[in-house]
Structure formats: structure tokens, C-alpha cells
Design a protein around this ligand. Structure first.
Ligand code: FAD
Length: 320
């Protein structure tokens, strides 16, 4: 079932979460261990992130540097299929522009369709560490909105190569499309209004719903929704929540995702004497955020697990 149908049919507030494919060398059992405890709460859908290849430089014996391509977390599509097969829950693979040309994207979408996966979250992906700004692959997409257009075209039966046409009168592709939104603006954007202008382009291109970047102050989300609505963005906006689980994240999350952490939370975490206390504070904060969102009538809350289900379990247990 499509995410948008889950939202439409929801009689009470739903929860979803996202997981990362395991690091190479690990087993799918790691994923099942993350998912098993959370299945008790009947998530309607589960997202699986996509991690593009990276380049590393290795010094050879002669002192020269060798550039090596590595893929740390492959397997997004396989994990989605495994989730649907084992739990009967809809899986939402993330699909990115980075590292893909249009043909590779089309082929990936055909694979998803054959596997019975009809949800996708479409993203641009980040620039690689050594790039000043995001570089699209030759004949690839520069922005997520272009990727949305490609998927919408395929939904209409339009392949890249026009000599291929769908053979029968059935809807071959019918992907439900999610895109990302940033309550505190995307890190590259000069300001929130400019970012919203481009978010609207993704919606106009055919996105069915938005999932937000994590935020720790609900007023950021409520303001964002208000601004979106005033720009004519009327699709569902699913808030993304992440419980802080270490002191280190007070700096790493803002620098990586361009977000603010409220002073009250910062002070509490700084005061904490051990990891267990930080973990507990993170859970309590997320419970407080979730309750407020739920009371405001938010239909789905999306949790960033980072593959650590213990805190998400406690939050969901308190809320659902
Ligand atoms: P876009 O919507 O393309 O926007 C990127 C930037 O370009 C923004 O600043 C926007 O304002 C600007 N922009 C857009 N269109 C134009 C235009 N026409 N002209 C000029 N500027 C423009 N990354 C992964 O690699 N894998 C994942 O699985 C993943 N999952 C994510 C899930 C969620 C819910 C979120 C919020 C992010 C996720 N990301 C993931 C990170 C995401 O790829 C990065 O944040 C990336 O930098 C931007 O992606 P986007 O789809 O928002 O890009």
C-alpha cells in the first residue's frame, strides 16, 4: 500500500521509522534485530536509506596516492524486499541523484516495480567529501525535483527511450513519491524562503508527501508547515524526530544537518554525568515532542533510528 493511502486511511496517529542498510561485513540479521522489537507497534511503513559510493585515497608503497571507490552500506533494495517479505510491512527505499545517471535510475525503478515496491523517497544526496558542491553524474539529475519528474514520467508509462512502450493497458508503474523538507532550511540554501521556493518545485513536479529533516523544537515544524501552506504546498508533511543519544551529537548534528538544539536540552545534556543519563534525556525530549505533535493532529511521526531501536522503542511505547 502507498504511504499516502496509509495517511489517508489513518484513524489514529501513525509512526514510521527509517533504518540504514548494515555496514558491509554485517548480516541482514542486524536489521531484523533492529526491526523485531518495533514490529509490536505495527508500523505502516519503514524507510531504508541509500548510501552512495565514496572515494578514499590510499597511500601506495611508492608514496603515490591511489583513489579507491568503496561502498560501505549497499543493499537498500534487497533490504526493502526482505522487510516486505518477512513482516508484510511496506518498505520505502530512498533513491538519490548522486552517483546515478537517468538510465541507472530507470533500471532501479524497474527492479523496484518487479519486487512489488511502489513507494520511493527521492533525494538529491549530499556532495562527496572532496567536492565543493554537489556534482551530478553525466546524464544524471542535479536536483531532487528532476528525479521526481523522471519517476512521474515513468508512472505515465514514459521510458527514457521512447521506442519502449508499455505493452498492456495497466498502470505498470505507480510510485508514491516522498521528498525531503527542511524546517530550519537546507544547509546550502541562502534562506528559508528560497528553500521553500524549491521545495514547491518538487511538489509541483509530483511529490505526494514531504518528510522533514530532524528538529528539536516543535515550533520550527509548526512554522514550517504554516509557511508551506501559505506557498500553496498542501501535501502531508511528516515530521522527523531523532532522540539525542550522546553528548557528541550536540555538535555533530548541527554541523552535519544545519539545525538548532534548544538551550534547555543542551544544558540538560551537558549536566548529565554519564551516557545512560544522556540517553534518558534524549528519550524524554522526544516523547515530549511526539506528544505535542500528536495532540496537534499530526497523522504520522517519522523516527530516525540510526539502527539503534532501544530509544525508539521506549518513545513509541509511551506514545502509541
Ligand atoms: P534538493 O531538493 O535537490 O535541494 C538541494 C538544495 O538545492 C537545496 O538547498 C535547495 O534549496 C536547492 N535547490 C533545489 N532546486 C534548485 C534549483 N533548481 N536551483 C537552485 N537551487 C536549487 N541522503 C542520502 O544520501 N541518502 C538518504 O537515504 C537520505 N535520506 C534522507 C531522508 C530525509 C527525510 C532527509 C531530510 C534527508 C535525507 N538525505 C539522504 C539527505 C539529502 O540527500 C541531503 O539533505 C541533500 O543535501 C539534499 O537533498 P534534497 O533531496 O533535499 O535536495
Amino acid at each position: 500500500m502507498k504511504v499516502i493511502d496509509h495517511i489517508d486511511k489513518a484513524k489514529k496517529s501513525l509512526f514510521s521509522f527509517e533504518i540504514l542498510p548494515p555496514l558491509k561485513g554485517h548480516d541482514i540479521q542486524d536489521i531484523f534485530s533492529t526491526l523485531d522489537p518495533l514490529m509490536e507497534f505495527n508500523p505502516p511503513f519503514i524507510d531504508v536509506t541509500y548510501h552512495r559510493e565514496e572515494f578514499i585515497y590510499v597511500e601506495k608503497e611508492n608514496g603515490l596516492l591511489q583513489r579507491r571507490k568503496i561502498s560501505r552500506r549497499p543493499g537498500t533494495v534487497g533490504i526493502c524486499a526482505a522487510i516486505m517479505n518477512k513482516y508484510g510491512v511496506d518498505a520505502v527505499p530512498h533513491l538519490i541523484c548522486g552517483g546515478f545517471n537517468k538510465q541507472m535510475t530507470e533500471n532501479a525503478l524497474i527492479d523496484l516495480n518487479f519486487l512489488g515496491i511502489d513507494n520511493v523517497l527521492l533525494l538529491r544526496g549530499d556532495s562527496l567529501k572532496y567536492e565543493n558542491s554537489f556534482l551530478a553524474k553525466a546524464n544524471g539529475h542535479k536536483y531532487a525535483a528532476e528525479l521526481v519528474k523522471q519517476v512521474k514520467n515513468l508512472n505515465k508509462g514514459k521510458y527514457l527511450d521512447k521506442t519502449f512502450v508499455k505493452q498492456k493497458d495497466y498502470p505498470l508503474f505507480n510510485f508514491c513519491i516522498g521528498v525531503a523538507g527542511y524546517p530550519e532550511k537546507h544547509l546550502e540554501s541562502p534562506n528559508i524562503d528560497r528553500d521553500l521556493f524549491f521545495l514547491k518545485k518538487k511538489v509541483d513536479a509530483g511529490a505526494d508527501y514531504i518528510v522533514t529533516q530532524m528538529f528539536f523544537d516543535n515550533t520550527k515544524y509548526f512554522d514550517f508547515v504554516k509557511k508551506c501552506r501559505s506557498q500553496g504546498i498542501s501535501i502531508p508533511i511528516i515530521p522527523g524526530i531523532k532522540p539525542i543519544s550522546s553528548k557528541h551529537q550536540l555538535n555533530s548534528l548541527p554541523s552535519r544537518f544545519y539545525l538548532n538544539i534548544p538551550n534547555e536540552l543542551v544544558k540538560e545534556i551537558e549536566k548529565a554525568k554519564d551516557k545512560k543519563t544522556v540517553f534518558h534525556i534524549g528519550i524524554e525530549w522526544a516523547i515530549h515532542q511526539s506528544k505535542e505533535l500528536k495532540n496537534a493532529g499530526v497523522k504520522v511521526i517519522h523516527y530516525y533510528t540510526m539502527d539503534k531501536p532501544e530509544n525508539i522503542y521506549k518513545i513509541v511505547q509511551a506514545i502509541y
